[in-house]
Design a protein around this ligand. Sequence first.
Ligand SMILES: Nc1ncnc2c1ncn2[C@@H]1O[C@H](COP(=O)(O)OP(=O)(O)OP(=O)(O)O)[C@@H](O)[C@H]1O
Ligand SMILES: O=c1ccn([C@@H]2O[C@H](COP(=O)(O)O)[C@@H](O)[C@H]2O)c(=O)[nH]1
Length: 238
Amino acid sequence: MVKISGEALASGSSGVFSDDAISAVVKEILKLHDDGAEVSCVIGGGNIFRGSISSDWNIERVEADNVGMLGTIANGILLRAKIEATSDIEVRLMSALTIPQIGEPYIRRRAQRHLEKRRIVLLCGGIGEPYLTTDYPSVQRAIELDCDCVLAMKNGIDGVYESDPKKNADAKLYKTLTFEKAIKDRLTFMDQAALVLAQQHKMRVHVVGFDQSGAAGRVLNGETIGTTITDDADVTFY
Ligand SMILES: Nc1ncnc2c1ncn2[C@@H]1O[C@H](COP(=O)(O)OP(=O)(O)OP(=O)(O)O)[C@@H](O)[C@H]1O
Ligand SMILES: O=c1ccn([C@@H]2O[C@H](COP(=O)(O)O)[C@@H](O)[C@H]2O)c(=O)[nH]1
């Protein structure tokens, strides 16, 4: 399960989408597929809208989250279009919010069938409910689709640091980290709810950066890159 941050589809602060950025994301996804993995992706929407700004804007949180979820659908459409434009690999867009003119509704057994048939499955609309980000669905869908791990492809960071590297330039990069410590230290690279769910269901999470070319494939091939979060390992740094 690849969690694609919405920001990865944009380029710096210049606009919501970047053709080059989307192409780079598609390249990573296709490489995973070429290497033999069954690939499903949960798509974020941070390049378009995040519901957490509702209080600043003095609007209802649920409405803001609805816009956020729609943003993930726009990202999903573009990713599907780009995959189809650059390869013959079959791709299915499934949405937690039903929008049949655009994509299939998310049905677990259908998603599993698509994966068995080697189709790339793009999951958008989060989980279809407010008060969440797409971190939680990335873990939840990974568990219900029986994925091996969650590969969180981040924008602008190459793993998990002791504290936010954008605020503390001296923060050290973890090689391995436990869910217990990530939750206790309230690290914000991923929502707490998603970390708790992953811990409860022993779903390994790898955090890598999109700007580390080929990172997803390297994780798949067992290379140590980015940060692996699991309670089965000790806490180590690079
Ligand atoms: N301890 C930490 N280690 C790494 N990153 C951290 C940490 N704490 C906070 N962050 C921040 O987490 C963010 C994670 O990246 P990103 O913006 O891609 O998030 P996302 O929620 O996955 O995506 P999006 O909302 O764009 O769909 C970065 O901005 C990074 O600065
Ligand atoms: O299950 C969900 C998933 C997402 N949202 C809303 O969408 C935005 C965009 O997702 P990011 O993970 O932040 O990229 C999110 O901020 C929420 O507002 C949701 O409501 N439910």
